[in-house]
Design a protein around this ligand. Structure first.
Ligand code: GAP
Length: 439
C-alpha cells in the first residue's frame, strides 16, 4: 500500500508546471512580465477541459441557459454604466524610499514590506487596463479591456431574449478573457492581470431571487466536488456588508484551501436589477421582460455565478497532487478527474528497438486517438515513461510487450491503483472508454 502525502507547497507546483509543460512564465526569455502566464501543451489541455465540462454542464445539459461570445472591446459607456470607471479601484500606497507600489490592504503598520521605508497615504487606483480605438489616442477614443465578461451579457440581454424566445428564469453563459491592472499580481496564476472567466448571468423574477441564489450556490459548490475536489479543501464564505460589491445584495464565495491559505475560486452574487437598470439609463433602451402572467414589464433580477478558469485550474492541480512512497521510491501523481486529465491514455512499447512492437503500439495509439486524447511515447525506459504520465495525470497507460505479438493482448495500468490487467487488443478501446466513464 502506498503512503500518501496530500499537501503540497506552491514551489513544488510551480516547478512541476514548468517541468512537465503545464504553465510557463510569460515572455520568460525577456525576464518575464508581471501577472501574465503561458499555458504549455498540458496546461492548455487542462484549461480547455475545464471550459468544456463547464460549458457542457451549464449550457448543453440544461435547457434554460444559452451561450454568448461577446467582444473584449466594448463601448466606453458600458464601463460608466457598470460603475467600473467610478468604483473599480483598489487603495494603493507608494514606498517613499524604494518607490515600489502595494495594495494598501496588503501591507501592515504603514511600512514598506520590501525595504522597511515609509509609505505614502493611500489613494485609489483604477484597475481597468486602458486602450485606444483607432489611430488617435485621445479621450474620445479611450476605452478599456473588459475587466469581466459579465457586461457583454447584460448589454445583449434584449438581443438574446428576442432571438432565443426564452421565458424567465433563463441564463446566459460566457467564457472569455478579462484584464485587470492588479497592483500586486501574486501566488502564481491565482492573481494575474490577464485571466479567463466562466460566468453565468441568470435572470429571474424579482421576489424569487433569494431562492435562486441559494440554488446556484449549492449547484456551483457541487460542481467542484463532481470533478474530484476534496470537500475538506472547499468552503463557502458569505461577504460581510462592507465587502459587498456596489451592485450586490448578497455574495457567497466558494473558497479553496490553497498552500497560501483560503482564497476565492468563484463568487455567486445576487446583483438585483442594478445592471439592467443602469444600462437602460445610460443607453436609453428598454431592458425589460414582458411578464404574461401579470401583463406587466418587469426588470429581472440577476444571479451571477462567476468563476475564474485559471484559479480553477490551479486548484485542480494542487488538489490532485499526491506524493507516494512505492517500494521505497517517491511517486508523484496527479489524481485528476478523467474528464480534466490533459491526456487520457498513453501507449508505450516496452522495447523501442523492436520495430514490430513499435508498429503495433503506434497502430493502437492512432486508433485510440480517434476516440480520446492519446499519447505515444517510446523515449525512455518503461519506469520513466510511467513516471512521466503519472506526473501529468494520465489515467491509463497501455503497454505493448513482446508477448503482445503472440497473444494479441496488452497491459493496461491504472494511474491511481497502479493495478495492471491484460486485455485482448480488440477489447482495449471499450475497456478504456469504460474506465474513463465514457462507456
Ligand atoms: N462579474 C463578477 C466578477 O467579475 P470577481 O469576483 O471580480 O467577480 C470573478 O471575479 C472570478 O474571476 C473570481 O472568483 C476569480 O476566480 C476570477 N478572477 C478575478 N480576478 C482575477 C485575477 N486578477 N486573476 C485571476 N482570476 C481572477
Amino acid at each position: 500500500m502506498a503512503e500518501e502525502k496530500t499537501t503540497v507547497d506552491m514551489d513544488t507546483i510551480v516547478s512541476l508546471c514548468k517541468r512537465r509543460g503545464f504553465i510557463f512564465q510569460s515572455s520568460e526569455i525577456y525576464g518575464g512580465v508581471g501577472g501574465s502566464w503561458d499555458y504549455g501543451p498540458f496546461g492548455v489541455e487542462l484549461k480547455r477541459n475545464i471550459k468544456d465540462v463547464w460549458w457542457r454542464d451549464v449550457v448543453h445539459r440544461r435547457d434554460d441557459i444559452v451561450g454568448l461570445d461577446a467582444g473584449i472591446l466594448m463601448h466606453p459607456k458600458v464601463w460608466e454604466a457598470s460603475g467600473h470607471v467610478e468604483s473599480f479601484t483598489d487603495p494603493l500606497v507608494d514606498c517613499k524610499n524604494c518607490k515600489k507600489r502595494f495594495r494598501a490592504d496588503h501591507v501592515q503598520d504603514g511600512v514598506c514590506p520590501e525595504c522597511g521605508g515609509e509609505l505614502t497615504e493611500s489613494r485609489l487606483f483604477n484597475l481597468m487596463l486602458k486602450t485606444f480605438l483607432g489611430p488617435v489616442e485621445d479621450d474620445a477614443s479611450l476605452t478599456y479591456l473588459r475587466p469581466e465578461t459579465a457586461q457583454g451579457m447584460f448589454v445583449n440581454f434584449a438581443n438574446v431574449l428576442e432571438a432565443s424566445r426564452r421565458k424567465l428564469p433563463f441564463g446566459i453563459a460566457q467564457i472569455g478573457k478579462a484584464f485587470r491592472n492588479e497592483i500586486t499580481p501574486r501566488n502564481f496564476t491565482f492573481r494575474t492581470r490577464e485571466f479567463e472567466q466562466m460566468e453565468i448571468e441568470y435572470f429571474v423574477k424579482p421576489g424569487t431571487d433569494e431562492e435562486w441564489h441559494q440554488r446556484w450556490v449549492e449547484e456551483r459548490f457541487d460542481w467542484y466536488l463532481r470533478y474530484g475536489m476534496r470537500k475538506e479543501y472547499l468552503r463557502l464564505r458569505q461577504h460581510e456588508g462592507d465587502e459587498l460589491a456596489h451592485y450586490s445584495k448578497a455574495t457567497y464565495d466558494i473558497e479553496y484551501l490553497f498552500p497560501f491559505g483560503w482564497a476565492e475560486l468563484e463568487g455567486i452574487s445576487n446583483r438585483t436589477d442594478f445592471d439592467l437598470r443602469q444600462h437602460a439609463l445610460f443607453s436609453g433602451r428598454e431592458l425589460t421582460y414582458f411578464d404574461e402572467e401579470t401583463g406587466t414589464h418587469i426588470v429581472p433580477y440577476i444571479i451571477e455565478p462567476s468563476g475564474g478558469i485559471d484559479r480553477a485550474a490551479l486548484a485542480f492541480l494542487v488538489d490532485a497532487y499526491r506524493e507516494e512512497k512505492v517500494r521505497k521510491r517517491k511517486r508523484v501523481v496527479l489524481q485528476l478527474h478523467p474528464d480534466l486529465a490533459p491526456v487520457k491514455v498513453a501507449v508505450l512499447p516496452l522495447l523501442r528497438n523492436r520495430p514490430e512492437l513499435v508498429d503495433l503500439a503506434k497502430e493502437l495509439a492512432s486508433d485510440l486517438r480517434m476516440h480520446v486524447t492519446t499519447a505515444y511515447d517510446d523515449t525512455a525506459s518503461i519506469g520513466r515513461l510511467y513516471r512521466r504520465q503519472d506526473e501529468i495525470g494520465t489515467p491509463f497507460c497501455v503497454t505493448v510487450d513482446v508477448d503482445s505479438l503472440e497473444d494479441h493482448a496488452v497491459t493496461i495500468r491504472a494511474r491511481d491503483s497502479m493495478d495492471q490487467v491484460r486485455v485482448p487488443i480488440p477489447e482495449v478501446r471499450q475497456t478504456l472508454l469504460d474506465g474513463l466513464g465514457r462507456g
